[in-house]
Design a protein around this ligand. Structure first.
Ligand code: ATP
Length: 500
């Protein structure tokens, strides 16, 4: 019985304060070998902070951590790794200009100073990669990988350290269903090898697939710790939220067929190993057009061209008939609401406060910022902590995502481009962000929505375009007859496509 074993890690009355705020408050919890512990809680509940205490990123303000029954000697991540604790963050630390193989070699303590890249020893760092991500060519440069693929490489890095405790911070939020399934199998295998796995997640599917035990945090405190199966899903959600979950699922109004507002005309582009091969799409005011596709098929580049981050090599992006495409290196401010991938890197200034980040677009354009009612946006999107003078960099991952959604979706926009807009959000926040996105459509905006979640797209988009290899390979009405399998076939180019 797992319960009878001495815990690998024991938290005793752990508290971590940041100024006035207790991010972690009097938490006592065991982490046992051979067990997958799912750590659940709303955005800002303290999940990442608790694990960062174990990983040595922050010292506790009070309480103590025991490793194998003895006081933890960990004072920083290097100590943590030496003591067999590995953590994969939401935010990566790969070297983008190096290959996958070189990244894994660079992170491996057994790598000698000089090593033949094709030596047997070098090959060993790829063993785990071939199990968890067999499709990733080790010679590929990291900057050509999708976010999901980068995450799997990060995971390999940690597992290569022979970690006894593997902490995964929302690992499936950027994975395709197939990648997630492979990750689940891998996590179960790590546990079967006698390691402890901590899975920080918002997805109940993750819990279903591989958790043995569930710990729920709320407001910094541990509110429950139980074996899977002891409570129903609804009870678990209520524990996380402190109230029963809302049952209504936000969906856009029916689309009434208006003229095109956002037009992508024959767009070609290439950057960082990705290409766009003549993409044409027309999105009408009021319409929500979803783009599905396995990550890495050009979606990110397409978003960057539409948002004016990258210049197209050919073609144009038109909004209400006017070109909004970037030309060369001139400064460019897009008129459309844009939620990019990885908002911490791409959409906020971490050293500036919430108020400045919410008004950022007006500040950058030197315009009056009256449109941005900071207090109202913080309330509507439930950004916590809520003081406008708080530095954005201190927000939890989910609250940072809410901050960007609030700025981009909280004021009227002629068009919206949203890349994975609900990534890392808890259930309540997912609802708020979708409502805001669909309110934009109801007010006449053209909405372009990139997602890997086919169920979400099928439940909510008016039309769905599928991208593969830098091209749109299908564009279909979401009329209720479209299925996951048919979309999946378009995504992978499987023969079912022809039959459909
Ligand atoms: N370095 C820091 N300085 C100040 N406050 C911080 C810092 N790190 C975290 N916090 C605060 O601690 C609280 C808990 O944050 P944490 O990142 O642990 O939440 P979380 O449960 O992991 O959330 P999410 O699901 O959004 O990732 C939040 O209110 C956050 O703003």
């Amino acid at each position: 019985m797992i319960m009878d074993r001495e815990p690998l890690v024991r938290f005793e009355h752990l508290t971590r304060r940041f100024g006035e705020l207790a991010a972690v408050s009097d938490v006592s919890l065991d982490i046992r070998a051979g067990e997958v512990l799912a750590l659940l809680g709303e955005n800002g509940a303290g999940k990442s902070t608790l694990m960062k205490l174990l990983y040595g990123i922050h010292p506790p303000s009070a309480g103590r951590i025991l490793l194998d029954g003895r006081e933890s000697p960990i004072r920083g991540p290097a100590d943590a790794m030496r003591n067999g604790i590995g953590m994969v963050f939401q935010h990566f630390s790969l070297l983008p200009a190096l290959s996958v193989r070189d990244n894994l070699l660079a992170a491996w303590p057994a790598t000698p100073a000089y090593i033949g890249r094709r030596s047997k020893r070098a090959a060993r760092v790829l063993d785990r990669l071939s199990v968890i991500a067999p499709d990733i060519d080790p010679e590929r440069r990291v900057d050509t990988l999708s976010v999901g693929e980068q995450q799997l490489v990060e995971l390999c890095k940690v597992v290569n350290l022979e970690a006894r405790v593997v902490i995964l911070d929302e690992p499936t939020s950027v994975l395709t269903p197939a990648e997630a399934q492979r990750l689940y199998d891998f996590v179960l295998r790590l546990a079967a090898e006698g390691r402890a796995v901590v899975l920080i997640t918002h997805k109940l599917a993750d819990v279903e697939a591989c958790a043995d035990r569930i710990a729920v945090m709320r407001g910094g405190m541990l509110v429950a710790d139980f074996a899977k199966g002891e409570r129903t899903t609804a009870e678990t959600v209520a524990l996380m939220m402190g109230r029963p979950a809302a049952t209504a699922e936000p969906a856009p109004d029916r689309f009434a067929g208006r003229p095109a507002r956002l037009v992508l005309r024959e767009i070609t582009a290439s950057a960082a190993g990705h290409v766009l091969k003549g993409i044409s799409l027309e999105i009408a005011g009021g319409e929500v057009l979803g783009i599905a596709g396995v990550a890495g098929n050009g979606q990110t580049l397409l978003a960057e061209v539409v948002a004016g981050v990258e210049a197209p090599s050919g073609g144009d992006v038109l909004l209400d008939g006017e070109s909004i495409a970037r030309r060369g290196d001139e400064p460019h401010a897009t008129p459309i609401g844009y939620i990019p991938e990885q908002p911490r890197d791409n959409a906020v200034v971490e050293t500036m406060d919430l108020s400045a980040n919410l008004r950022l677009r007006a500040l950058a354009a030197g315009e009056a910022d009256g449109a941005y009612d900071v207090a109202a946006l913080i309330r509507r999107f439930n950004i916590a902590p809520s003081e406008p003078t708080r530095r954005a960099g201190t927000l939890s991952g989910g609250n940072l995502q809410k901050l960007v959604a609030a700025r981009e979706l909280g004021v009227p926009r002629p068009a919206v481009l949203a890349c994975y807009p609900t990534m890392g959000l808890d259930l309540g926040a997912v609802g708020t962000v979708y409502e805001a996105m669909f309110a934009q459509a109801a007010a006449g905006a053209a909405v372009l929505w990139i997602s890997e979640d086919l169920d979400d797209l099928l439940a909510r988009a008016h039309r769905i375009a599928v991208m593969r290899g830098g091209a749109i390979v299908a564009l279909v009405e979401n009329d209720g007859t479209l299925t996951r399998d048919r979309l999946g076939a378009f995504m992978t180019g499987a023969p079912a496509e022809a039959a459909a």
